[in-house]
Design a protein around this ligand. Structure first.
Ligand code: HEM
Length: 356
């Protein structure tokens, strides 16, 4: 009888979750729906102040990247790791040796001691941390954010993280194996709006993927569609492509996904609609942070994630010197419209993202 009563209570609290949600007041006065979120207020503030230094800079960017590399070690049919579990830190001696994880060691050096000092799991520091990082990037959405992951028990195997020189079919099929549609892959690539590379072409380290790497905006989708000029690097590395602006770096995979018939129309749609981009990204990112996790055993602490400032401009623009004529029309069913304006002035070089 007792267990039946408990089951019905649980069912009632699921059905009327909002009305019955318990509230707790944290020591700083914040009211939360679950007391476990109180501990994460200090985690949030220390991440912002001590790791990210209050900026949408290198460490905020790398925390969003590590969230992907950790979570994607997963397959819906099993046998590929346990997803968003922090295994990339817990089993760093294995996973950080994989070629696709090159450069991730730097953010692990920050996040691992931070998680140990705060007594939180590596899965939580990565996936909670990614949402906090995004809150520093103007234009970024609030991503639904959970805490309470246990410690990872197994390393992800090599080959789960896509490489920039993989063909589109290979990238889409790896992502599909982890449960993502091609539209969700494009949405996740909004992350390349706040991104730079070090490892693909070290000769031009910290070169960003769009002209506004400190803002979560749709410039990356627009600028990837521009015709490029020959890449000035040493050509020693695969994965590089042409870049439309001096100082900017375009991944071969972004170039190809922007032009592939399976993804080009979604890519163009996100270039043209920043709000759509932010919404689709938030949904796909929240899904990614739950790969391999049992959602009912986690606690939703989204309410303590700060809301990012608005992006400086609500629409993408053509960088100075570029116009609609520079677009490589890639979506077969909709012509790129003539609604976007061109930034005033002459073409300038895109500055590297400073090292932290
Ligand atoms: C699906 C195919 C993807 C490929 C081939 C890819 C590849 C890359 C590469 C090669 C870099 C440069 C790393 C370096 O040289 O330091 C990079 C950076 C980055 N990626 Fe991706 N990526 C993909 C998807 C994603 C996803 C799904 C996310 C997150 C949701 C993500 C987030 C980032 C971020 C934030 C950076 C910048 C890191 C920094 O500036 O420190 N990427 N990506």
């Amino acid at each position: 009888m007792l267990s039946v009563a408990l089951v019905s209570l649980a069912a009632a609290s699921t059905a009327y979750g909002a009305a019955l949600a318990p509230r707790a007041t944290c020591s700083d006065g914040t009211v939360v729906s679950n007391a476990q979120c109180c501990n994460f207020i200090a985690v949030r503030d220390d991440l912002i102040n001590d790791i990210f230094e209050g900026q949408c800079g290198e460490f905020a960017h790398s925390t969003v990247r590590i969230a992907f590399h950790d979570a994607i070690g997963f397959s819906t049919s099993g046998g590929k790791g346990n997803g968003a579990d922090g295994s990339i830190i817990a089993f760093g001696t294995t996973e950080l040796g994989f070629a696709a994880n090159a450069g991730i060691d730097e953010i692990v050096e920050e996040l691992q001691p931070f998680a140990d000092a705060h007594g939180i799991s590596y899965g939580d520091v990565i996936h909670f941390g990614s949402s906090v990082a995004l809150s520093l990037c103007p234009g970024a959405p609030v991503v639904q954010t959970f805490i309470g992951r246990g410690n990872a028990t197994v390393a992800a195997p090599d080959g789960t993280v896509p490489d920039p020189f993989n063909p589109v079919t290979q990238i889409l099929s790896r992502m599909a194996e982890a449960g993502f549609s091609s539209d969700e892959v494009v949405a996740l690539l909004a992350s390349h709006s706040i991104a730079a590379q070090d490892q693909v072409e070290p000769a031009i380290a910290r070169s960003p993927f769009d002209s506004t790497p400190a803002a979560f905006d749709s410039q990356v989708f627009l600028e990837t569609l521009l015709k490029g000029t020959a890449f000035p690097g040493d050509g020693a590395h695969q994965g590089e492509s042409e870049s439309p602006l001096p100082g900017e770096f375009r991944l071969e995979s972004d170039d190809a996904i922007a032009r592939d018939s399976r993804t080009a129309c979604t890519w163009q749609a996100l270039a043209l609609d920043q709000a759509l981009m932010a919404n689709k990204f938030a949904a796909a990112m929240a899904k990614m942070s739950l790969l391999g996790q049992s959602k009912p055993s986690l606690v939703d602490c989204t309410e303590i994630i700060p809301k990012a400032a608005a992006a400086p401009l609500s629409k993408a623009f053509f960088p100075a010197g570029k116009t609609l004529a520079d677009i490589e029309q890639s979506c077969a069913t909709q012509t790129f419209p003539s609604t976007l304006s061109t930034q005033a002035g002459t073409t300038t070089s895109v500055a590297p993202v400073p090292e932290q």
